[in-house]
Design a protein around this ligand. Sequence first.
Ligand code: PLP
Length: 399
Amino acid sequence: MEFKPANNIQDLQYFGEFGGVNPSVSDSSTYTFLSAKTMFDTFEGNTDGCYLYSRHSSPSNLYLGEALAAMEGTETANVTASGMGAITPTILQICGAGDHIVSSRTIYGGTYAFLKNFTPRMNIQTSFVDITKLDAVEKAINSNTKMIYCESVSNPLLEVADIKGLAKLAKKHNLKLVVDNTFSPLSISPVQLGADVVIHSLTKFINGNSDTMGGVVCGTSDFVNSQKSVIDGASMLLGASMDSMRSASILKNMRTLHLRMKQHSKNAMYLAQKFEAVGLKTVYPGLTSHPSHAIFKEMMNKEYGFGGMLTIDAGSLEKANLLMELMQGRNIGYLAVSLGFYKTLFSAPGTSTSSEIPLDEQKEMGLTDGLIRFSIGLDNDIERTYEIIKECMLEIGVL
Ligand SMILES: *Cc1c(COP(=O)(O)O)cnc(C)c1O
């Protein structure tokens, strides 16, 4: 049967304490116990129905976690204070000293910096590979490898991971496949394709309002609970827990995620086709010119489209900067990092979100100076938007 992530979210039903149509927000960091014995049992891990302390879990966080688990089709999920607060304890829960990771080389700058510069301190080594080449991935696996790490649609080059192919490799070598699905919520459901763990930065499309940070780890109860263990859980002990007020607001924003993703995708597809038609080097997974178009199409939940992210090459950093300033001046959107906002956001990844990656490596992976990354907004009149962008491009000499 076809997987219907938005239906799964909508089918959840929760009421507030007094019959409110929204669940009550748990405005407490700690919880009373009616008997001392229950407190002991809860610390021992028998937490059924009992809350201990909000770094471990809170009712509001469990509601949001349930909605995200429903979206990805996993047993459960744990929400965190940021995307990095989901990524780092996942890596550290799976890997310890002496272990090895095979990671895509085109990943979020913060994740790249963590794997390249931080985890080697704990003697966790990472091989960075071209994730679109399954043979290169398999070649990099050694007897210490514990994990394959990738993004479904990668930041910032929009490479698409063949999740089914990677899952086969992971099974064969007894590894965990961890997928960051931040760029393609609803469009791609990695666990349905064989991934073991799915991570999101909720800061982006899922919350969609650029007013908070958040993250989530979706997986089996065994894995998610291990991260929350008071004895040795990386999430519990590193402490990047989400605040209940924020999880309540993100849960409300999630209700429109399906509508927003359809509009982001529709607008991005329109602009990508226009940009490509006037001769700009355009990268968008929805274009047949995209090297992984067929794989995305095969993996996707069709109704949500190819997502809201696209890149163009403006020719040089100078032109890219001028164009972005002019587009901001004409109110096309904002010159800002991040993504998934109602306004279009644009930035030059080489000097911003991917600046953690050394210049020579940027060059090798095809991250050019003139690259502009767009997170396309929810514009009601994308035809008008295109006309204004075209004028900007003509003025700067990009066209
Ligand atoms: C933003 C982002 C992250 C990090 O999330 P934060 O909420 O900023 O900590 C991780 N992965 C991807 C793909 C992102 O875009």
